[in-house]
Structure formats: C-alpha cells, structure tokens
Design a protein around this ligand. Structure first.
Ligand code: ATP
Ligand code: MG
Length: 432
C-alpha cells in the first residue's frame, strides 16, 4: 500500500476487537469519578502554541522536542495538545470558573499528541484520562486523587500490579534553592554526566534526576536530595498526604528522585508504576501545580491533578488476562427470514422485540439467502438461538426458535408470546 494510505507512525487504529476493553476502562473510571464528585469537561484538541510553551515550560522535552506544531491558513501557530492540564486551566480562566475561590473538580478523556519514538506503550497519538481539582490547597485533595486511582486499580483487578511512588517538590523557592545546590554538585562532575544530562543541566536540571543512564544514576547517589530543602509548610503538607494514605491503608514508596517531566509541579508528585510493561511502566502520574494559573496571568489558584495513559492500562489488563470475558459476548439471537413477506414481518417483529427487551443483542439477517446460508451465518455469529420466519410461520403468526448451542428441540412460539419466552430462556449469560 502506498505510504500516504497508511496510518501515521505511532498513531494507531483501535479496532473493534479492542474497543470493548477501552470502553470498559473508560466507563469504570467515569463512574468512579462521578462517585467522587468530579464532572466531565470536553476541551479542544488544538490550542495556540503559546499556551503550551507558557504552561508546560520551555526546556521540557514535551515543548522542546515533542510537540506537533504548525501554522494554520491564517499563519497562526497551533499545536495538537500534548497533555490536558494547560487547556483545562485555559478553559477555567476563559469562563471564570475558578474565580472567587470556586472549587472545581473535573475530568476529561481524549487523545494527546507527542512526537516521540514509538514503541510498546509509547505512541505519537495516545489517550489520557485526566483529572484536575482547583482551589483546594490542602493535602486532603491530593490524597483523594490518589485514593480514587487506588480504588480504580481495585475495581480493575490491578491492585497487585502497580505500586505508588510519592515525593514532594516543596515550594517553588525551595525547589529553586535545591536546583542551585544540584547544579553546583553536578557542574563539578560535568564530564562524568551523559550527554542528555549535560544538556539538561542548563535547560532543566531537575530532569537529570530522571536519567535512565546508570553512570549518571551512580553519580546522583551522593547528590543533595530534594527532601533536605523542603520548606516547613511543604513538609507539613506532605505529612498530611501520607497520613491520609496511611489511614486508608495505601502503601507507597517515597522516591526523592521523582520530579515528573512537566515543569509546573510543586509539593506533591506521584506516579503509579508497574513492572509488567517493560520500560514504559508509568501508568498514571500527577501532582500539585499551585503556580500554573498565575503563569497564565490568572489570580493565584491552587491546582492538583493527574493523568493516566489509557493504552498502557489496556496493555496491562490484556497482559494480566484481566479483560472480563463478558466484554466480547456474542449476540443473543440471529433472526432468519425467507422471502420478502417474511422479511418484512421479521423486521417488524425484531423492532417489537427491541421495544420489549432494550438490551437484547439481536442480529437480523441481511441479504436474503437459502436456509443453509442463513443458518451458517447464524452459527458463525455466536448467537444462542436462531429465530426462523418462513412462509408457514408467517401464515400461523409464529416463529421457530432453534437452539444453536445445544441439542434441545426447535419450538414454535407465537409472536405475542415471543418476548416473554425469550426473556425466560435467555436469562443469565445474555445481555438482558
Ligand atoms: P513517560 O515518562 O512515560 O514519558 P510522562 O511523564 O511524559 O511519561 P505524563 O505527561 O505525566 O507522562 O502523562 C501521564 C501518563 O500518560 C503517563 O504516565 C503515561 O501513562 C501516559 N503517556 C505519556 N506519554 C505517552 C505516550 N507517548 N504514549 C502512551 N502513553 C503515554
Ligand atoms: Mg514523556
């Protein structure tokens, strides 16, 4: 196939076999979020480039290397959103939703775009479900976000597959003081740093802590730690978060190298990590970003949030065989009709059945065909029963009900009694 007729590298089709798992994940999380009082917000996929440059910050990988940016027909620089927080904050300000200290608890879902090296668990179009809370400065809300992700893992059966990493970045002043100390320490060992880290030392020094290079990690063993620079208020905030996690019984690991990729975080940062997906192990990450709204010119507005990677969670569910079998359940019924008069009656009957049994999965044969070919299709559909309507059945206003998965007898059922009969016969294991 010519290249222009293929999907762009790193941008995937999600085929019908896969969409049930996606919906299962999305619906489970949406129900859970609504239960904690979070409401959905839908945001544009394109924003002015400036929004991300200002919000995420120059010097971050996302802004420097990963954005899909282009000029539109009006010569304005637009960017396909690489994450959701900046757009969400923009919407809050634009609609005055966080003014006067109004609390907002929001969630969104959708595609994000980053020009990264595609590999398992890392794509150029990927999907996130994100959650943000505004105007809640205390540790209780940080803890709530973590608690609800923990509850999601329970619901999905993933609780044993993920661990929680937790850190506090302190106030922006504390972070700046730490940054200076780290730069001084690393500058003295500049030659021993890997090339990426040498570059980051000037652009975004805290990101050196993230380095995957073993020699750099060894060098960091004796480096000053963020923890020693925490201001008293951030320390108390962090204790508050931990106390709440302890109260619920959520285990965590303090990781004082956890700084997260985006520039806007302060105080609490966290990641849920799995060792089941190779190096793309972070399935959810977030933290507090009290300074972001002022960065956009708004009044000081505390914010905290997280985003989870849908592809990685789907992969994890599949890898651990945690996709409920019922998601791919076949049709309940396949309706065969022979000759046009019977076809018309069958269609009307099918619609009456759907009235009576709204969740029924009923396939109506299309394209006519002989007994043999229609039965073949009925069998292939996986349906438990074939309903049969030919000339004789039409004349006596009955329908043949033929079990396809066992040897029990075919029965003729009067049209008027059909929905009741089916409700009783299909019962458990059907969509009813
Ligand atoms: P990573 O370190 O894996 O690049 P990140 O810190 O860049 O992640 P965030 O910006 O915090 O990621 O995004 C939140 C979540 O979105 C990640 O934890 C991950 O699950 C998912 N994610 C991020 N980038 C990608 C991608 N390119 N493909 C698939 N999922 C992604
Ligand atoms: Mg990344």
């Amino acid at each position: 196939m010519s290249k222009s007729l293929q999907a762009i590298r790193g941008m995937n089709d999600i085929l019908p076999e896969q969409t049930p798992v996606w919906r299962y994940l999305e619906n489970t999380l949406a129900a859970l979020l609504e239960g904690y009082g979070y409401r959905e917000i839908r945001l544009p996929i394109l924003e002015f480039t400036e929004l991300f440059a200002r919000g995420i910050g120059e010097g971050t990988d996302v802004v420097d290397k990963e954005m899909y940016t282009f000029l539109d027909r009006n010569e304005e620089s637009l960017t396909l959103r690489p994450e959701g927080t900046a757009g969400c904050v923009r919407a809050m300000l634009e609609h005055g939703l966080t003014g006067g200290g109004q609390v907002q608890k929001l969630w969104y879902a959708g595609p994000m775009f980053r020009y990264e090296k595609p590999q398992k668990g890392r794509y150029r179009q990927f999907h996130q479900i994100g959650v943000e809370a505004f105007n809640q400065p205390g540790p209780d809300i940080d803890a709530e976000l973590i608690v609800l992700t923990w509850r999601l893992w329970q619901r999905l059966g993933l609780a044993d597959a993920v661990t929680l990493q937790l850190n506090s970045l302190g106030s922006s002043e504390a972070r700046a003081a730490y940054r200076d100390a780290l730069v001084t320490y690393l500058q003295a060992r500049f030659e021993q740093l890997d090339e990426d880290s040498q570059r980051r030392l000037t652009t975004n020094p805290l990101r050196v802590l993230d380095s995957k290079v073993a020699t750099t990690q060894a060098l960091l063993a004796d480096a000053p730690t963020l923890h020693d620079y925490l201001d008293d208020e951030s320390r108390a905030h962090f204790e508050g978060v931990k106390a709440r996690l302890d109260a619920v019984g959520i285990r965590y690991e303090i990781n004082n190298k956890l700084v997260r990729g985006l520039d806007y975080y302060n105080r609490t940062v966290f990641e849920w990590v799995t060792d089941k997906l190779g190096s793309q192990g972070t399935v959810c990450g977030g933290g507090r970003y009290d300074g972001l709204v002022t960065q956009f010119g708004g009044k000081p507005t505390p914010g905290v949030g997280f985003a989870m990677g849908v592809e990685r969670l789907v992969l994890l569910l599949e890898t651990l065989d945690l996709v409920p079998a019922s998601l791919n359940a076949p049709a309940d019924l396949y309706l065969c009709a022979f000759g046009e008069p019977a076809e018309l009656a069958a269609l009307a009957l099918a619609e009456r059945l759907r009235d009576a049994l709204p969740t029924l999965r009923l396939l109506v044969n299309a394209g006519g065909g002989s007994f043999k070919s229609q039965f073949k299709k009925a069998d292939k559909s996986g349906a438990r029963f074939a309903l049969i309507l030919g000339e004789d059945e039409l004349a006596s206003r009955v329908v043949g009900c033929k079990p396809l998965r066992d040897d029990s007898e075919q029965q003729n059922i009067a049209w008027d009694a059909l929905s009741e009969h089916l409700a009783a016969r299909l019962g458990a294991g059907s969509s009813l």
